[in-house]
Design a protein around this ligand. Structure first.
Ligand SMILES: Nc1ncnc2c1ncn2[C@@H]1O[C@H](COP(=O)(O)OP(=O)(O)OP(=O)(O)O)[C@@H](O)[C@H]1O
Ligand SMILES: [Mg+2]
Length: 239
């Protein structure tokens, strides 16, 4: 792993009324030590996961609409306003990597198409637009993800079936073991979150803090739902 610490600069004016400091977890953030090769960001919708991930991606030099260092293309409203307030501590520094933003992946696919067949070859040779959403994600993971690198993924599960989420875990595991790759992943998936020996950072309750798999709502609600589906549905659907 390469990225060891994320620091929010103290001396800055963190105006509570304005995005991104209007987000409680970002307002209260100071330093995050990263100790494992895989770090998950979890928390309620709107708790600030993507905001922090975009800030990190921007400082890594990755296109904040999604991509690596060499992917220059524009998507409206994708630039990070948090990155200028952040510092990253590396040991050692890597420049190779990728920022996956599920919501703008379509634009990334067009960008790769425009770069021509030689570049497309490094993504498996087939236009990402001519593959299903999930197939194109898998092509990206299998072909573009290699070497010593940091991968920042925002909801990689968005396109993946449960089976393919397990495939993704295997790909990630091999990259961590064989290449010492680092992953920071914002996710709502109880399957992806189940990866062993990862740090889970919760953005809930106005503060970023470490939690355990079994303590997450993702685990608890999914488990309760599967174990007591009829009762659960009765409770939420009737009156
Ligand atoms: N460009 C922006 N300008 C103003 N507010 C924003 C902007 N982007 C996000 N926000 C707000 O900041 C908060 C955090 O958003 P963010 O996208 O980081 O949440 P998230 O934890 O990734 O949520 P989700 O799980 O739904 O993806 C939200 O309330 C959102 O409305
Ligand atoms: Mg998000």
């Amino acid at each position: 792993m390469f990225l060891k610490k994320i620091t929010l600069l103290h001396e800055e004016d963190k105006t509570k009324e304005l995005y991104p400091f209007s987000i409680p977890s970002i307002q209260s953030m100071s330093e995050l030590d990263i100790t494992k090769s895989v770090t998950f960001f979890v928390g309620e919708n709107g708790s600030g996961k993507s905001t922090l991930l975009e800030g990190i991606a921007d400082l890594c030099g990755f296109n904040s609409a999604g991509g690596g260092r060499n992917n220059t293309y524009d998507v409206e409203a994708s630039e990070s306003v948090l990155s200028e307030h952040l510092r990253l501590s590396w040991m050692p520094k890597v420049t190779n990597g990728f920022f996956l933003r599920a919501e703008s992946f379509y634009h990334f696919a067009s960008h790769i198409d425009n770069l021509g067949p030689a570049v497309l070859e490094s993504y498996g040779g087939k236009s990402l637009h001519e593959q299903s959403h999930g197939e194109s994600f898998l092509s990206l993971f299998l072909n573009r993800f290699n070497g010593k690198a940091i991968y920042l993924l925002d909801e990689p599960e968005a396109a993946l079936s449960p089976q393919r989420q397990l495939t993704f875990l295997r790909i990630m595991h091999d990259l961590v073991r064989e290449e010492n790759c680092q992953f920071i992943i914002a996710t709502h998936s109880p399957i992806i979150l189940g990866y062993p020996d990862a740090t889970i950072l919760s953005f809930d309750g106005g503060k970023i803090k470490e939690t355990q798999y079994e303590m997450t709502e993702h685990y608890q609600i999914t488990k309760y739902f599967l174990d007591h589906r009829e009762k659960f549905l009765k409770d939420i659907l009737e009156d």
